[in-house]
Design a protein around this ligand. Structure first.
Ligand code: PLP
Length: 364
């Protein structure tokens, strides 16, 4: 690791950490995103100075001016990843350098400073080592949320001159307690999430803000998730609010997924390419229309569909509801290819299978 990009980290221990009993009660049923560990990482960026003041400090409120730029113009990006208690007793992460590179890409699109890859990975290592007692064992993991926002107090419209980068951590249980249940998705004909030239490929909070209304409509329609169509033709499948989507043609041994451009380049998506090829499936990235989805589900050539992302890993899609008629996939059941890929990915992530693709970083 090149030392140039690294800063010294100051350590300010939490004077009031959770007791062993409190932590054990949380880890017994952590849910998702509800509780946080004792510490967080902060690193500041100032124009003319660069990155400075890297600190591991007690998890707690961030004081800020009401004029802080992010509160007005949403200059903010984030990442999501997990740390695992591996089967051999070590602590691991799944492809953290890929998250680091994507964080740089997101920063570029949002006119924010680029956090060097090594500093990003080191910030995760610092927090996970400090709060290692918070990593659930078994199927759980410690969800890590790096994020960065414009912290300058200024109402003028231009890229900020001060930013704050933070990492917080939250214990996460097995996402599905009794195996993944197929979800229904609602095809939004009214709203889109990203247009060409927009911010669809950046992991920014603003993309999520605009997905909340269509997501609420999906829930109203009795679905778990919204699926967006492209903004130009309003017919090609983009992705869900926070997950990429795949279509399995079991008889052809082919897996189709929308090409990059307006969608978020998922790291789970990328890992599935490699695992699917290991299993002898061809992976095709191309525009995939809702009409194709409908016709191929009806004639049975489309055998499975699934969504993927770090938080839920892989989720079968049993049904797509749309104003033009519902689409049932694979009899509404979790597909065999989906479940095999999912297990293979989970086994690598949790250290139960050999890491043949070099995806695992040992951090302790
Ligand atoms: C984070 C995210 C994903 C999934 O990416 P992973 O790297 O697999 O976690 C998919 N879509 C959107 C919009 C996202 O923000």
């Amino acid at each position: 690791m090149s030392g140039a990009a690294l800063l010294p980290f100051e350590f300010r221990p939490n004077p009031n950490p959770a007791t062993d009993a409190e932590r054990a009660a949380i880890l017994a049923d952590p849910g998702f995103g509800k509780t946080f560990t004792d510490h967080m990482v902060t690193i500041k960026w100032t124009e003319g100075v660069g990155w400075h003041s890297a600190t591991v400090e007690p998890f707690g409120p961030i004081p800020m001016s009401p004029a802080t730029a992010v509160l007005h113009y949403a200059q903010e990006i984030f990442e999501g990843m997990k740390a695992y208690n591996a089967a051999d007793g070590s602590i691991t992460m799944f492809r953290p350098e890929a998250n680091a590179r994507r964080f740089i890409e997101s920063a570029h699109r949002m006119a924010m400073p680029e956090l060097p890859e090594e500093l990003f990975v080191e910030s995760l290592r610092q927090l996970v080592r400090t709060d290692r007692a918070w990593i659930p064992s078994g199927e759980g993991s410690l969800y890590l949320r790096p994020f960065m926002f414009a912290s300058e107090a200024f109402l003028g419209v231009r890229p900020a001159k001060e930013f704050l980068y933070c990492v917080i951590a939250s214990p996460a249980g097995a996402y599905f307690k009794s195996g993944p249940k197929p979800i229904s998705v609602y095809v939004s004909e009214e709203y889109t999430r990203a247009a060409p030239g927009g911010t669809g490929a950046a992991k920014c909070g603003g993309n999520y803000a605009t997905s909340l209304l269509p997501q609420a409509q999906a829930i109203e329609q009795g679905c778990e998730q919204v699926v967006f169509l492209d903004a130009v033709h309003r017919k090609y499948v983009d992705e869900l609010g926070g997950m990429n989507v795949f279509f399995v043609y079991g008889l052809d041994r082919t897996i189709v997924t929308p090409e990059l451009g307006t969608i978020l380049p998922g790291i789970t998506r990328d890992a599935i390419f490699a695992l699917a090829r290991d299993f002898g499936y061809e992976v095709v990235e191309r525009a995939y229309s809702i009409d194709e989805w409908r016709a191929d589900a009806a004639d049975g050539s489309l055998t499975e569909a699934f969504a993927c992302g770090t938080a839920a890993v892989m989720t079968p899609i049993g049904m797509a509801k749309s104003v033009n008629g519902d689409i049932e996939v694979g009899g509404g059941k979790a597909g065999e290819v989906t479940m095999r890929l999912r297990q293979a990915l989970l086994d690598i992530q949790h250290g139960a299978a050999e890491d043949t693709h070099g995806w695992i970083t040992r951090i302790q």
